[in-house]
Write a protein that binds this ligand. Sequence first.
Ligand code: OAA
Ligand code: MG
Length: 683
Amino acid sequence: MGNFSINCFGTSKKISKDQNNIHSRVSGEKEEKNVSGRKKIESVLKDVKGGESVLDLSPRSTVVGDDGEEIYGEDCATEDQLVTPLTFSVASGYSLLRDPQYNKGLAFTENERDAHYLRGLLPPTVTSQELQVKKLMNSIRQYELPLQKYVAMMNLQARISTRYSYITLNSMKCDLFLMLILVVWCVLWSMMYGSSISLHKKKENFKTERNERLFYKLLIDNVDELLPIVYTPTVGEACQKYGTIFQRPQGLYISLKEKGKILEVMKNWPHKSIQVIVVTDGERILGLGDLGCQGMGIPVGKLALYTALGGFRPSACLPVTIDVGTNNQKLLNDEFYIGLKQRRATGQEYYDLLHEFMSAVKQNYGEKVLIQFEDFANHNAFELLTKYSTNHLIFNDDIQGTASVVLAGVVAALKLIGGTLPDHIFLFLGAGEAGTGIAELIALEMSKQTKAPIEESRKKIFLLDSKGLIVSSRKNSLQHFKKPWAHEHEPVKTLLEAVKIIKPTVLIGSSGVGKTFTKEVIEAMTSNNEKPFILALSNPTSQSECTAEEAYKWSEGRAIFASGSPFDPVEYNGKVYYSGQANNAYIFPGFGLGLVISGAIRVHDDMLLAASESLAKQVTDENYAKGLTFPPFTDIRKISANIAANVAAKAYELGLATLLPRPQNLVKYAESCMYFPLYCNYR
Ligand SMILES: O=C([O-])CC(=O)C(=O)O
Ligand SMILES: [Mg+2]
């Protein structure tokens, strides 16, 4: 027997005012009975599927029409009639083709076309997923602008807010059993809610074919080409124009309007088994500043990478934007702005909302859901990390992820620039989340190597902010996260002066301000060092401290260069130079996977060091020969599995892992846990 698929949507039925009144009078009681009945059915299904409940039987099941269009068939209801938007349907025919989670387009087999009422709805040819990838890449390459490619990719990906699951069972006995349960359940529903049950019919009017598995296959197979589209740098432009290009909502928006009911709002999200949340409040999007609610592009993009690079199931990923307003006047004046049109809430009001969010996450998804903070402004990022790292599984990507990736790059670069880590002198331009986060992790690793106190290691690391070098005479006016870096040193105003006086061997840009590594700065670095290591980390490309071409040209080909946003290889004096992308995308997907597969309950700095160590080890001689200090992204899933294994091993060692017993081979185990977007076969 072929695969049997059941897709549970909400159903449609107009119900009269009277019926509705009756319903509302008894709804509390019915809801309760229904929940316990549902639980029984869910537990039966759990047994059938070997522990994993695959059929979502929630009475809250809803289907949102694509264009806000009415899709439940209640078009003829009069205004004073209330309708129950419930549809139970086996996804097939037209609705299956329009369902991003299960659509396969021309890859539906002959048998599937017969079994799922697809005959005539598709042209006769049957193609492979590989051919679909090839065709889509051809079309995406036709677009001239990266933003057009971004929109095309998002249209392919978009997951609608449906709550349904396919059931794939192997034995006919199970099928019949399941069918029986479903029929009984549907009848119960229809009795309770007076709804009709519609099979094979769901009116939809989607314009673009969406196919989630194809989206991820495309991204995995063409990671070098598509990473800069769905992620940095294009995602930055997408966030700037989010209101204008906005077509379908993605992710969960939690604004001040939801204060007091965040848990309720969270329950509107269609998926229950969440493993990772990426959350932003939009105040410091990349190096682009306050983009308010339009920052949603960042969690969406990061989570696409969690799936493509780290193998998380798409349904286990939840993008969240917390909207407390924006101080970006341009957005406040923009009629297409999608967020709250008010200035940012601050202080207690801000912290109360964040606290409610954190509590709701724990209550709704449990202790082991990973919350990744992304692109918060400095003044909140550090405080939130300190406040929640002791009682939640949280990770700040801009502080900790960037630190881990840069430490890996520095350790790997030692093969090219020589010396040991404690032999080097570091100068940072930028003393925010990335700058101080990286500095702290480098100091930690140095002191582990030298067995000297961390204060000693810090003496080799200098940070410069917009007011000049961070020195002890400024201590009283410094933000708390900068204080450990206030050295006994005379004040220095500019970067050029600092390079000349301090003579760093490694120069790291993390200020979010572009074009700050000038010709003079690079020349000064080159006159002090045979091979200066230069990292221009600010994103997107427009904010990069210098380009790869400038670094190679101004250092006469001597610099080892890496940047946050990608740069193409550069030809200089007849030689081709390749630069690495020191982007946290190397770390967070594998790091998160390591936490999840070990059931870690807290993040520990040693786990960041473990991730870093694993990444550095994966730079091959072939990479070094090209001047690269990071392995290529094409191998990223293997890289992520290795990082995950090292992080999980550390979690077990530290006693922070809860999934016992520890798997013997953690790399194999990590690989076996990774989602791969091949099509399933449908009965
Ligand atoms: O998103 C990126 O490419 C890296 C990052 O976290 C940032 O710049 O804030
Ligand atoms: Mg970030």
